[in-house]
Design a protein around this ligand. Structure first.
Ligand code: NAD
Length: 499
């Protein structure tokens, strides 16, 4: 075992390491906010402050956008041969890989994700994503149009310019890399705004990007609150496009700011209330139960694609709920820095209170709390909520319609395929779904009928970087991941040449 391996002994050595107060990256400088304001970083593990981040102001955003614009206009990065940009990005991924242990522990202290998942889904995912786009970028060609002999029509792809990226607290490295890697690979300059409760690991990989040779001003990171830093970025007259992952409410504010300022394109990856449909012909019910538990309770449900609405065919409901309860009997929620923990902390105290309110509202609207329904481990000072199953959930109730973003599974039954489709599509969201069935024709029919960006069949979770994540309905627009993500970070240009 190397010193860098994510083992319990190595984790324990780092769990209380001193972390210096963090500055922001603007150009090649690490700076305090021009207002001098800072925010405490509170660990959801124990509710204690362990460092601080700079609380950026509008002046800091303007400075970061100016640094990004200046680097883009100088062209050092965008005019670098694609193979040379690739080399810098691959070195960046290597540096992140070498730093996996420290980076993962730091991220978990900040956002509360259980470390077994964080290792794979955070540093591991960021490394794979950066390598994917680095490897792609010298293999993507322009097009020549089928013109008459009098003209040559060439279709060129160019970087859009200054990209603003605003990301949420869950999976900051994974989601951050989904935006940074394709945006940087094609030659843009970026201003990144992490969530105020999950900034540390993104600041750390920004430092590694400089070490890998990313030129000054190509990546800038402004930390702080959404209503100051995020607001200023979305209202900026000099940001060309904005890519956002977060809640629908904030997505709406961003679109308003874009409309009032320079009409920048906004790509929004928003929330979900994803249906998980278990048919009586699912076959391996044990596997379906395992997938259902993982689909809603990993990262304590703070997953945009979480399978939060279980819909089970009436004839197998009782047995299936029994299988879920068996699994929850041994389910470990708790200290996210323990390798055996299956669900870590809720990211912040406000979110913990919102989860409790959702469950109280569901109970008052007639749902039965089958298991959970309460806070856990309050004596730790941290934020933990028990895995919760709510039965008899009506399709008009708030718990059926609203994203909880916590470990709460609602259960509804259906009698046939038509009712299953109606229930699955019966919310404003369209992010993810799952179907468990052994009937191939049924599986294909359901994939077509369910309005969601990703439809899993006989599994939950795991789509890799080769496929897109696209929200339908109020879950957003555009795509993260896959080569399709490059579309939003490039403009198409036509060259029409008389011959
Ligand atoms: P949030 O919308 O509260 O915050 C997201 C980011 O927006 C943060 O960086 C925040 O500081 C910033 N922000 C807040 N107010 C702002 C404003 N007025 N202007 C601009 N920016 C502002 O979301 P969250 O609570 O951090 O994350 C949870 C949400 O994210 C859930 O709805 C979840 O489903 C969604 N999410 C979606 C995906 C996806 O790929 N579709 C992935 C992960 C999370």
């Amino acid at each position: 075992m190397t010193q860098n391996a994510v083992t319990q002994a190595n984790i324990d050595q780092l769990r209380t390491a001193q972390i210096a107060p963090q500055k922001m990256l603007i150009g090649s400088d690490w700076r305090s906010s021009q207002s001098e304001a800072v925010m405490e970083v509170i660990s959801p593990i124990d509710g204690a402050a362990f460092t601080s981040i700079a609380s950026g102001s509008k002046a800091d955003v303007d400075a970061a956008v100016a640094a990004a614009r200046s680097s883009f206009e100088r062209g050092v990065w965008r005019n670098m041969p694609p193979m040379a940009r690739k080399a810098v990005l691959l070195k960046w991924a290597d540096l992140i890989e070498a730093d996996t242990l420290a980076l993962t522990v730091l991220g978990v202290r900040d956002n509360g994700t259980e470390i077994g998942m964080a290792e794979k889904a955070e540093a591991g995912s960021a490394i794979r994503t950066i390598r994917f786009y680095a490897e792609a970028i010298d293999k993507i060609y322009g097009e020549v149009a089928p013109t008459p002999g009098s003209h040559l029509g060439m279709i060129l792809r160019e970087p859009v310019g200054v990209v603003a990226a605003i990301v949420p607290w869950n999976f900051p490295l994974m989601i951050g890399a989904w935006k940074l890697a394709p945006a940087l690979a094609v030659g843009n300059s970026v201003v990144l705004k992490p969530a105020e409760t999950a900034s540390l690991s993104l600041l750390r990989i920004a430092a590694l990007a400089l070490e890998a040779g990313l030129p000054e001003g190509v990546l800038n990171v402004v930390t702080g609150t959404g209503d100051v830093v995020g607001d200023a970025l979305s209202a900026s007259m000099d940001v060309d496009i904005l890519t956002f992952t977060g809640s629908g409410a904030v997505g709406g504010l961003i679109m308003q700011n874009a409309g009032r300022s320079n009409r920048k394109a906004c790509y929004l990856e928003l929330g979900g209330k994803s249906p998980n449909l278990v048919f009586a012909d699912a076959g391996d019910m044990e596997a379906a139960a395992d997938a259902t538990i993982g689909g809603i309770f990993r990262n304590a449900g703070q997953v945009c694609v979480a399978g939060s609405r279980l819909m089970v065919e009436q004839s197998v409901k009782a047995d299936f709920i029994g299988l879920l309860n068996d699994r929850l009997a041994g389910f470990r929620t708790g200290d996210p820095l323990q390798l055996e923990t299956q669900a870590g902390a809720i990211n912040n105290a406000g979110q913990l209170a919102r989860i409790a309110q959702h469950v109280d509202d569901a109970a008052s609207q007639g749902a039965d709390i089958l298991t959970g329904g309460h806070q856990m481990l309050a004596e730790s000072g941290g934020y933990y909520y028990a895995p919760t199953i709510l039965d008899k959930v009506d399709r008009d109730s708030s718990i059926f319609q609203s994203e909880v973003f916590g470990p709460v599974l609602s259960v509804t039954t259906f009698e046939d395929e038509a009712e299953a489709v109606a229930l699955a599509n019966g919310t404003d969201y369209g992010l993810a779904a799952a179907i468990f069935t052994r009937d191939l024709s049924r599986a294909h029919r359901m994939v077509r009928e369910i309005k969601a960006g990703v439809v899993h069949v006989n599994c939950y979770g795991g789509p890799d970087i080769t496929v897109p994540l696209s929200g339908m309905k109020q879950s957003g627009n555009g795509s993260d991941k896959s080569l399709h993500a490059l579309d939003k970070f490039t403009d198409l240009k036509t060259a029409w040449i008389a011959l």
